[in-house]
Design a protein around this ligand. Structure first.
Ligand SMILES: NC(=O)c1ccc[n+]([C@@H]2O[C@H](COP(=O)([O-])OP(=O)(O)OC[C@H]3O[C@@H](n4cnc5c(N)ncnc54)[C@H](OP(=O)(O)O)[C@@H]3O)[C@@H](O)[C@H]2O)c1
Length: 260
Protein backbone atom coordinates (compact mmCIF):
# COMPACT_ATOMS: atom_id res chain seq x y z
CA UNK A 1 0.00 0.00 0.00
CA UNK A 2 1.00 3.65 -0.25
CA UNK A 3 1.74 5.34 3.06
CA UNK A 4 3.02 8.75 4.03
CA UNK A 5 5.98 8.23 6.34
CA UNK A 6 8.01 10.60 8.44
CA UNK A 7 11.69 9.66 8.38
CA UNK A 8 12.95 12.80 10.14
CA UNK A 9 10.76 15.07 12.32
CA UNK A 10 10.23 17.89 9.78
CA UNK A 11 8.08 18.38 6.69
CA UNK A 12 10.96 17.55 4.34
CA UNK A 13 11.38 14.29 6.27
CA UNK A 14 8.08 13.07 4.74
CA UNK A 15 7.86 10.72 1.78
CA UNK A 16 5.18 8.56 0.18
CA UNK A 17 6.42 4.96 0.43
CA UNK A 18 5.22 1.58 -0.78
CA UNK A 19 4.95 -0.67 2.29
CA UNK A 20 3.09 -3.81 3.39
CA UNK A 21 -0.55 -3.54 4.46
CA UNK A 22 -0.45 -3.82 8.29
CA UNK A 23 -1.24 -7.23 9.75
CA UNK A 24 -3.83 -7.35 12.50
CA UNK A 25 -3.03 -7.84 16.18
CA UNK A 26 -5.75 -9.16 18.53
CA UNK A 27 -8.57 -6.65 19.00
CA UNK A 28 -7.80 -4.70 15.83
CA UNK A 29 -9.69 -3.87 12.66
CA UNK A 30 -8.15 -3.12 9.27
CA UNK A 31 -9.68 0.05 7.83
CA UNK A 32 -9.51 1.04 4.18
CA UNK A 33 -8.75 4.72 4.69
CA UNK A 34 -10.90 7.09 2.62
CA UNK A 35 -9.72 10.26 4.31
CA UNK A 36 -7.23 11.18 7.04
CA UNK A 37 -7.02 14.64 8.59
CA UNK A 38 -3.97 16.60 9.73
CA UNK A 39 -3.27 18.86 12.68
CA UNK A 40 -0.95 21.86 12.86
CA UNK A 41 2.32 21.06 14.67
CA UNK A 42 1.63 17.31 14.75
CA UNK A 43 5.01 16.54 13.18
CA UNK A 44 6.59 18.15 16.29
CA UNK A 45 4.76 15.89 18.73
CA UNK A 46 7.14 13.50 20.54
CA UNK A 47 7.65 10.18 18.74
CA UNK A 48 9.18 6.94 19.93
CA UNK A 49 9.39 5.52 16.43
CA UNK A 50 10.76 6.45 13.00
CA UNK A 51 9.69 6.07 10.33
CA UNK A 52 6.21 7.02 11.53
CA UNK A 53 2.91 7.31 9.65
CA UNK A 54 1.29 10.66 10.65
CA UNK A 55 -2.39 11.69 10.98
CA UNK A 56 -4.33 10.46 13.99
CA UNK A 57 -7.88 10.63 12.65
CA UNK A 58 -9.54 8.80 9.82
CA UNK A 59 -12.76 7.94 8.08
CA UNK A 60 -13.05 4.79 6.03
CA UNK A 61 -14.56 1.34 5.64
CA UNK A 62 -13.68 -1.75 7.68
CA UNK A 63 -11.93 -4.26 5.44
CA UNK A 64 -11.26 -7.05 7.96
CA UNK A 65 -11.24 -7.71 11.69
CA UNK A 66 -9.00 -9.85 13.92
CA UNK A 67 -10.54 -13.10 15.20
CA UNK A 68 -13.00 -12.47 18.04
CA UNK A 69 -13.54 -8.77 17.30
CA UNK A 70 -17.25 -8.01 17.75
CA UNK A 71 -17.19 -4.17 17.90
CA UNK A 72 -17.33 -3.72 14.13
CA UNK A 73 -17.80 -5.86 11.02
CA UNK A 74 -16.30 -5.67 7.53
CA UNK A 75 -18.16 -3.17 5.36
CA UNK A 76 -18.92 -0.75 8.21
CA UNK A 77 -18.26 2.94 7.49
CA UNK A 78 -16.34 4.24 10.49
CA UNK A 79 -14.32 7.13 11.88
CA UNK A 80 -11.93 7.45 14.82
CA UNK A 81 -9.27 9.29 16.73
CA UNK A 82 -6.42 6.77 16.87
CA UNK A 83 -3.70 6.50 19.55
CA UNK A 84 -0.66 8.79 19.34
CA UNK A 85 1.83 6.08 20.36
CA UNK A 86 1.45 4.03 17.19
CA UNK A 87 1.35 4.62 13.46
CA UNK A 88 -1.38 6.94 12.22
CA UNK A 89 -3.66 6.96 9.21
CA UNK A 90 -2.01 8.78 6.27
CA UNK A 91 -2.03 5.56 4.26
CA UNK A 92 -4.32 3.39 2.16
CA UNK A 93 -4.97 1.03 5.10
CA UNK A 94 -4.70 1.40 8.86
CA UNK A 95 -4.89 -1.16 11.68
CA UNK A 96 -6.96 0.41 14.48
CA UNK A 97 -8.02 -0.88 17.91
CA UNK A 98 -11.59 -1.89 17.05
CA UNK A 99 -13.03 -0.47 20.28
CA UNK A 100 -12.13 3.06 19.14
CA UNK A 101 -14.12 2.91 15.91
CA UNK A 102 -17.55 4.56 15.74
CA UNK A 103 -20.00 4.68 12.85
CA UNK A 104 -19.12 7.70 10.73
CA UNK A 105 -21.75 10.42 10.34
CA UNK A 106 -24.14 9.30 7.60
CA UNK A 107 -25.01 12.67 6.09
CA UNK A 108 -21.50 13.93 5.30
CA UNK A 109 -18.60 12.69 3.20
CA UNK A 110 -15.57 10.72 4.35
CA UNK A 111 -13.49 13.91 4.04
CA UNK A 112 -15.85 15.82 6.34
CA UNK A 113 -16.07 12.85 8.74
CA UNK A 114 -12.27 12.55 8.98
CA UNK A 115 -12.11 16.21 10.00
CA UNK A 116 -14.13 15.54 13.15
CA UNK A 117 -12.45 13.11 15.59
CA UNK A 118 -9.25 14.79 16.81
CA UNK A 119 -10.44 18.38 16.55
CA UNK A 120 -14.04 17.98 17.77
CA UNK A 121 -13.01 15.65 20.63
CA UNK A 122 -10.38 18.26 21.60
CA UNK A 123 -13.09 20.92 21.59
CA UNK A 124 -15.53 18.73 23.54
CA UNK A 125 -13.00 17.66 26.17
CA UNK A 126 -11.54 21.18 26.49
CA UNK A 127 -14.93 22.86 26.92
CA UNK A 128 -16.86 20.30 28.90
CA UNK A 129 -14.49 17.82 30.62
CA UNK A 130 -11.65 20.19 31.54
CA UNK A 131 -13.45 23.54 31.23
CA UNK A 132 -16.76 22.50 32.88
CA UNK A 133 -18.63 24.92 30.61
CA UNK A 134 -22.29 25.44 31.57
CA UNK A 135 -25.24 26.97 29.74
CA UNK A 136 -25.33 30.74 30.17
CA UNK A 137 -21.59 31.08 30.82
CA UNK A 138 -19.33 33.38 28.82
CA UNK A 139 -16.60 31.60 26.86
CA UNK A 140 -13.68 33.10 24.93
CA UNK A 141 -12.27 30.78 22.23
CA UNK A 142 -8.91 31.69 20.68
CA UNK A 143 -8.19 30.51 17.13
CA UNK A 144 -11.94 30.28 16.51
CA UNK A 145 -11.60 29.64 12.74
CA UNK A 146 -9.05 26.84 13.13
CA UNK A 147 -9.45 23.08 13.23
CA UNK A 148 -10.27 22.81 16.94
CA UNK A 149 -11.65 26.34 17.30
CA UNK A 150 -14.46 26.11 14.73
CA UNK A 151 -15.85 23.03 16.45
CA UNK A 152 -15.47 24.66 19.87
CA UNK A 153 -17.56 27.65 18.78
CA UNK A 154 -20.38 25.40 17.52
CA UNK A 155 -20.32 23.09 20.56
CA UNK A 156 -20.25 25.98 23.05
CA UNK A 157 -23.24 27.63 21.33
CA UNK A 158 -25.11 24.34 21.28
CA UNK A 159 -24.51 24.01 25.04
CA UNK A 160 -26.11 27.44 25.50
CA UNK A 161 -22.95 29.38 26.32
CA UNK A 162 -22.29 32.93 25.15
CA UNK A 163 -19.24 33.38 22.90
CA UNK A 164 -17.31 36.52 23.75
CA UNK A 165 -14.46 38.29 21.96
CA UNK A 166 -11.20 39.49 23.55
CA UNK A 167 -11.86 42.87 25.16
CA UNK A 168 -15.49 42.06 26.05
CA UNK A 169 -14.63 41.59 29.71
CA UNK A 170 -13.58 38.60 31.75
CA UNK A 171 -14.89 35.26 30.51
CA UNK A 172 -16.02 32.40 32.71
CA UNK A 173 -13.93 30.10 30.53
CA UNK A 174 -11.09 30.71 28.10
CA UNK A 175 -10.56 27.81 25.70
CA UNK A 176 -7.28 28.40 23.92
CA UNK A 177 -6.34 26.74 20.62
CA UNK A 178 -3.73 29.31 19.53
CA UNK A 179 -1.20 29.60 22.36
CA UNK A 180 1.35 32.44 22.47
CA UNK A 181 0.17 36.01 22.91
CA UNK A 182 -3.53 35.20 22.54
CA UNK A 183 -3.30 32.79 25.46
CA UNK A 184 -1.27 35.23 27.59
CA UNK A 185 -3.76 38.03 26.96
CA UNK A 186 -6.93 36.02 27.58
CA UNK A 187 -8.74 36.81 30.84
CA UNK A 188 -10.92 34.10 32.34
CA UNK A 189 -12.00 32.48 35.60
CA UNK A 190 -10.91 29.15 34.15
CA UNK A 191 -8.35 28.83 31.37
CA UNK A 192 -7.90 25.62 29.37
CA UNK A 193 -5.40 25.26 26.53
CA UNK A 194 -5.02 22.50 23.99
CA UNK A 195 -2.18 24.39 22.28
CA UNK A 196 0.50 24.81 24.92
CA UNK A 197 1.37 24.57 28.59
CA UNK A 198 1.25 27.92 30.41
CA UNK A 199 1.07 29.20 33.99
CA UNK A 200 -2.51 29.48 35.18
CA UNK A 201 -3.90 27.33 32.36
CA UNK A 202 -4.96 23.70 32.33
CA UNK A 203 -3.24 21.94 29.42
CA UNK A 204 -4.51 18.57 28.24
CA UNK A 205 -3.90 15.99 25.53
CA UNK A 206 -7.03 14.81 23.73
CA UNK A 207 -7.96 11.19 24.45
CA UNK A 208 -9.79 8.77 22.17
CA UNK A 209 -13.38 8.40 23.41
CA UNK A 210 -15.86 6.33 21.43
CA UNK A 211 -18.91 7.43 23.43
CA UNK A 212 -18.16 11.11 22.79
CA UNK A 213 -17.50 10.33 19.12
CA UNK A 214 -20.95 8.74 18.83
CA UNK A 215 -22.50 11.93 20.28
CA UNK A 216 -20.47 14.05 17.86
CA UNK A 217 -21.64 11.92 14.90
CA UNK A 218 -25.26 12.46 15.99
CA UNK A 219 -24.67 16.23 16.17
CA UNK A 220 -23.17 16.18 12.66
CA UNK A 221 -26.06 14.13 11.29
CA UNK A 222 -28.52 16.47 13.02
CA UNK A 223 -26.97 19.46 11.29
CA UNK A 224 -25.87 20.98 14.62
CA UNK A 225 -22.15 20.49 14.01
CA UNK A 226 -20.75 21.34 10.58
CA UNK A 227 -17.17 20.26 9.83
CA UNK A 228 -15.39 22.98 7.88
CA UNK A 229 -12.82 21.80 5.33
CA UNK A 230 -10.02 24.27 4.65
CA UNK A 231 -8.44 22.17 1.91
CA UNK A 232 -7.96 18.62 0.66
CA UNK A 233 -4.86 17.00 -0.83
CA UNK A 234 -4.13 13.55 -2.29
CA UNK A 235 -1.66 11.30 -0.43
CA UNK A 236 1.00 12.10 -3.02
CA UNK A 237 0.87 15.77 -1.97
CA UNK A 238 1.25 15.14 1.76
CA UNK A 239 4.10 17.62 2.07
CA UNK A 240 1.97 20.40 0.59
CA UNK A 241 -0.84 19.39 2.92
CA UNK A 242 1.39 19.67 5.99
CA UNK A 243 2.72 23.01 4.73
CA UNK A 244 -0.88 24.21 4.56
CA UNK A 245 -1.49 23.15 8.18
CA UNK A 246 1.33 25.48 9.24
CA UNK A 247 -0.08 28.54 7.43
CA UNK A 248 -2.14 31.29 9.03
CA UNK A 249 -5.63 32.21 7.85
CA UNK A 250 -7.04 28.69 7.49
CA UNK A 251 -10.73 27.95 7.86
CA UNK A 252 -11.23 24.52 9.37
CA UNK A 253 -9.29 21.33 8.72
CA UNK A 254 -6.72 20.17 6.19
CA UNK A 255 -7.58 16.64 5.00
CA UNK A 256 -5.87 13.98 2.90
CA UNK A 257 -8.39 12.46 0.52
CA UNK A 258 -7.06 8.93 0.06
CA UNK A 259 -9.74 7.21 -1.98
CA UNK A 260 -13.21 8.20 -3.23
N1 LIG B 1 -2.94 18.72 23.14
C1 LIG B 1 -3.69 18.09 22.23
O1 LIG B 1 -4.17 16.99 22.43
C2 LIG B 1 -3.99 18.79 20.93
C3 LIG B 1 -5.12 18.43 20.18
C4 LIG B 1 -5.43 19.18 19.04
C5 LIG B 1 -4.64 20.24 18.67
N2 LIG B 1 -3.54 20.54 19.41
C6 LIG B 1 -2.72 21.71 19.09
O2 LIG B 1 -3.57 22.85 19.22
C7 LIG B 1 -3.20 23.81 18.25
C8 LIG B 1 -4.42 24.15 17.41
O3 LIG B 1 -4.73 23.07 16.56
P1 LIG B 1 -5.64 23.30 15.31
O4 LIG B 1 -5.65 22.04 14.54
O5 LIG B 1 -6.91 23.94 15.70
O6 LIG B 1 -4.73 24.40 14.52
P2 LIG B 1 -5.19 25.43 13.42
O7 LIG B 1 -6.23 24.82 12.56
O8 LIG B 1 -3.95 25.96 12.80
O9 LIG B 1 -5.92 26.57 14.26
C9 LIG B 1 -5.20 27.44 15.11
C10 LIG B 1 -5.85 28.80 15.03
O10 LIG B 1 -5.17 29.70 15.90
C11 LIG B 1 -5.05 30.96 15.26
N3 LIG B 1 -3.79 31.59 15.69
C12 LIG B 1 -3.69 32.74 16.37
N4 LIG B 1 -2.42 33.00 16.65
C13 LIG B 1 -1.67 32.03 16.11
C14 LIG B 1 -0.27 31.78 16.03
N5 LIG B 1 0.63 32.59 16.59
N6 LIG B 1 0.15 30.68 15.35
C15 LIG B 1 -0.74 29.86 14.78
N7 LIG B 1 -2.08 30.04 14.83
C16 LIG B 1 -2.54 31.12 15.48
C17 LIG B 1 -5.12 30.69 13.76
O11 LIG B 1 -5.97 31.64 13.15
P3 LIG B 1 -5.41 32.77 12.18
O12 LIG B 1 -4.30 32.17 11.37
O13 LIG B 1 -6.58 33.15 11.35
O14 LIG B 1 -4.97 33.84 13.12
C18 LIG B 1 -5.77 29.34 13.63
O15 LIG B 1 -7.09 29.45 13.15
C19 LIG B 1 -2.05 23.21 17.45
O16 LIG B 1 -0.83 23.64 18.01
C20 LIG B 1 -2.22 21.72 17.66
O17 LIG B 1 -1.01 21.00 17.52
C21 LIG B 1 -3.20 19.85 20.52
Amino acid sequence: MRAVRLHQPAIDGLSVDEIDVPSLAPGEALVRVHAAALTRDELDWPLDRLPAIPSYELAGVVEAVAPGVADVAPGAAVFALTPFDRDGNAAEYSAVPAGLLASKPKNVSHVESAAVPLAALSAWQGLFDHGRLEAGERVLITGAAGGVGHFAVQLARHRGAEIVAPGEGRADLVFDTAGGELLSAAQGERVVSVAEEADGATYFVVAPNRAQLIELAALVDGGVLKPMIDSTFPLAEARAAFERTMQRGKHGKVVLSVTD
